[in-house]
Design a protein around this ligand. Structure first.
Ligand SMILES: Cc1cc2nc3c(=O)[nH]c(=O)nc-3n(C[C@H](O)[C@H](O)[C@H](O)COP(=O)(O)OP(=O)(O)OC[C@H]3O[C@@H](n4cnc5c(N)ncnc54)[C@H](O)[C@@H]3O)c2cc1C
Length: 382
């Protein structure tokens, strides 16, 4: 068993770390204040090849693997989570379904721009009336000649309304299965298609510099050829995409948890109280030691899940454990880091204030903590 990174992985990690510190850190707070999307940062991440990390070179990717993506997400989230979730959603939820399930034509049409970061794709699963119970999808798509006609709405869809969003993959009911259940399929809807409306961005507690919208489809017509993969495979497709995505979200959560350690050490060495730096007090040292322990164990959990996935072994339970543990740890560390910063921790100019607001969604998005527990319990035969 060897948890050390290869030279190549270390090189990737340090180049993303440098980018996060030198490019993201100085400018991201302004985007949070102004609620703007960081186009320039995204453009530079594209030039670095981050959007192509886990994809084959012949498709325009970097020829890396999913673990490489996780390492990059961890380093970005150590500084900022809006930028990290933008990359996570673009790669793991946006491009990956097309890469995995698309036809040759769909891959040729969309992947070059998605893998270079010139364009983004959204993943439209959640609806206003149903999230955890994704089988409760109500959006419908009916074949009319050689076109799908889509009606319904989607909620909270990341990267769906930026100036560079090219498409959204939409899960829709396309019929009834032989057992009477809903037949779910996935359909590609290009941005700007008549009948496809993107609502103004939500006012969010955190991830403020990321892009999230409600979408409506009103007799929205797309070619029949926009079906992604086989008809009726929508349920299986999103389950497999979300299983992998949980490892990526765990990596992002570890980054936030580690960023809380970084900022707390820095602040505890500077801030004086009762005649000495607060870092001299054991109460503060123990908080930081616990935060480091939590970030470290959560990292091991996602390394394990990623290793199993890349080895082609079952990894559903380990991915759920990693996501559950890492998101809990991120929230814990954000709370403690804010506490260590005292009143300044409540001020937006300090990164820990952002970390605190950005942490909670990690226990909700891509499967809530309750859903992760359901997955783990089911896998244990309960
Ligand atoms: C900023 C943001 C970005 C997002 N991006 C995307 C995206 O790009 N694409 C996308 O499709 N979705 C996206 N989502 C949606 C996200 O995945 C859902 O919000 C999440 O899965 C939870 O669904 P819900 O909000 O409908 O909550 P619900 O499913 O209504 O859950 C409400 C509560 O009930 C609990 N609960 C539900 N069922 C059970 C049960 N059986 N047992 C016990 N407890 C239960 C849940 O755990 C939760 O605590 C995003 C959400 C946010 C906030």
């Amino acid at each position: 068993m060897d948890f050390r990174l290869s030279d190549e992985q270390e090189a990737l990690r340090s180049s993303v770390r440098e980018f996060a510190r030198e490019v993201v850190a100085p400018t991201i707070a302004e985007h949070y204040e102004q609620h703007t999307f960081p186009y320039e940062i995204v453009r530079q991440m594209g030039k670095m090849g981050l959007f192509g990390l886990p994809f084959a070179e012949e498709r325009g990717g970097m020829g890396g693997d999913y673990f490489a993506l996780c390492l990059a997400l961890e380093e970005l989230a150590r500084v900022d989570s809006s930028v990290a979730i933008t990359l996570e959603a673009a790669v793991s939820l946006g491009a990956m379904p097309i890469y995995r399930f698309g036809t040759e034509e769909q891959k040729a049409q969309w992947l070059p721009r998605l893998l270079s970061g010139e364009a983004l794709a959204g993943f439209g699963l959640t609806e206003p009336g149903t999230g955890s119970d994704a089988g409760g999808t109500r959006t419908r798509a009916v074949l009319d000649g050689d076109e799908w006609v889509i009606n319904g709405s989607k909620a909270f869809i990341t990267n769906s309304g930026t100036d560079i969003t090219a498409l959204v993959t939409v899960t829709a009911v396309t019929g009834t299965r032989p057992d009477g259940g809903k037949e779910l399929s996935t359909i590609i809807v290009p941005s700007g298609t008549p009948g496809f409306t993107v609502a103004p961005g939500y006012s969010k507690v955190g991830w403020t510099a990321s892009d999230t919208h409600e979408l409506t489809f009103d007799d929205c017509r797309v070619p029949a050829a926009n079906l992604l993969g086989e008809r009726g495979r929508g349920f299986a497709q999103f389950l497999s995409i979300l299983d992998e995505g949980r490892i990526a979200i765990a990596a992002l959560a570890v980054g936030l948890a580690q960023g809380c350690v970084d900022e707390s050490i820095k602040y505890a060495k500077e801030r004086q109280a009762f005649g000495q730096p607060i870092g001299n007090y054991q109460a503060i040292q123990f908080k930081i030691a616990d935060m480091e322990m939590k970030a470290h164990t959560a990292r091991l959990a996602y390394y394990d899940a990623a290793a199993r996935m890349l080895a082609g072994e079952p990894f559903k339970r380990q991915a759920a454990i990693a996501k559950l543990h890492a998101s809990t740890v991120a929230v814990d560390n954000a709370r403690e880091a804010t506490q260590i910063h005292g009143g300044y921790g409540f001020m937006n100019e300090y990164p820990v204030a952002r970390f605190w607001r950005d942490s909670k969604i990690l226990e909700i998005g891509e499967g809530t903590s309750e859903v992760q527990r359901m997955i783990i319990a089911r896998d244990l035969g309960m």
